[in-house]
Design a protein around this ligand. Structure first.
Ligand SMILES: NC(=O)c1ccc[n+]([C@@H]2O[C@H](COP(=O)([O-])OP(=O)(O)OC[C@H]3O[C@@H](n4cnc5c(N)ncnc54)[C@H](OP(=O)(O)O)[C@@H]3O)[C@@H](O)[C@H]2O)c1
Length: 235
């Protein structure tokens, strides 16, 4: 897609990969609807994205695990932007490594709600807008944990395998439309995601989120006859 003058919705835009990809899109002249919970951080990202060249940046502070709030936010984005061609479902949280019986019900609900159900809500409400575009792209951020089974990650892995299944079925359902969908399956990335959950790894070898944002930019900017459906990135 030729990105100039297109509009994108980015979830998880306040930090990590979502923030870095927002900056890359801003440099390409993409208008941006930025979603995350932390309004202060979103506004900092907005300022930087405007400086980098985005013609229009709006922030929508929202907990996307609340379907009603997602519906309201998407309605507002439609009023503000009218047309949107790109949806990047990037928001997510980590589940601290643990045996299942030691993971609280609260954490189970939170991880599934944010890492899986929120993506379904967002895509459900945005799809009608995307379907009326000449060309539209969705990237769903899963994880290496969406294609592997590693100890201590039962809930995170279940959510991320869910994202993979969701993405693969959407691909089939959207076959005869102008919307294309891809899954991104990256290994450990050097963001604050783990620290936020109280997990601490040596992240020195992890993928640089800026480099990963370049991968997303590459996926989005392919000529319209080419689409990378599954992209796996390792460090
Ligand atoms: N880091 C890794 O090693 C790694 C590896 C594989 C896959 N991933 C996946 O990559 C994606 C991005 O993660 P990251 O590493 O960039 O983490 P991050 O730096 O912690 O960023 C996560 C983003 O998601 C947003 N978010 C979390 N919960 C939300 C909610 N309920 N509603 C709205 N926004 C929410 C956060 O914003 P607020 O806190 O402001 O809401 C933040 O902007 C996630 O889906 C993650 O599972 C990460």
């Amino acid at each position: 897609m030729n990105l100039k003058n297109k509009a994108a919705i980015v979830t998880g835009a306040s930090d990590g990969l979502g923030k870095q990809v927002t900056f890359k899109l801003a440099k390409e002249g993409v208008s941006l609807a930025l979603i995350a919970r932390d309004e202060g951080r979103l506004n900092e990202v907005k300022l930087e994205a405007e400086k980098l060249g985005s013609p229009k940046v709006e922030v929508y502070p929202c907990d996307i695990s609340d379907s009603k709030k997602v519906e309201d936010v998407v309605r507002q984005i439609e009023v503000d932007f009218n047309e949107v061609q790109i949806l990047l479902n990037i928001a997510g949280i980590w589940q601290k490594l643990n045996l299942l019986e030691d993971i609280s019900i609260e954490e189970i609900d939170q991880v599934v709600d944010i890492d899986l159900k929120a993506m379904m809500y967002m895509t459900h409400f945005v799809l009608p807008i995307l379907k009326r575009q000449k060309e539209a792209l969705i990237i769903n951020d899963s994880s290496k944990s969406g294609v592997t089974a590693q100890p201590g990650q039962s809930i995170y892995t279940a959510a991320k395998w869910g994202v993979r299944g969701f993405t693969d079925v959407l691909k089939e359902d959207l076959k005869n439309t102008t919307v294309r969908v891809a899954g991104l399956y990256q290994g450990g990335t050097n963001t604050e995601m783990f620290n936020k959950s109280g997990e601490h790894f040596d992240q020195s070898k992890f993928i640089n989120p800026e480099d990963l944002a370049d991968v997303i930019l590459f996926m989005l900017s392919r000529p319209s006859k080419i689409w990378l459906h599954d992209v796996r990135v390792e460090y």
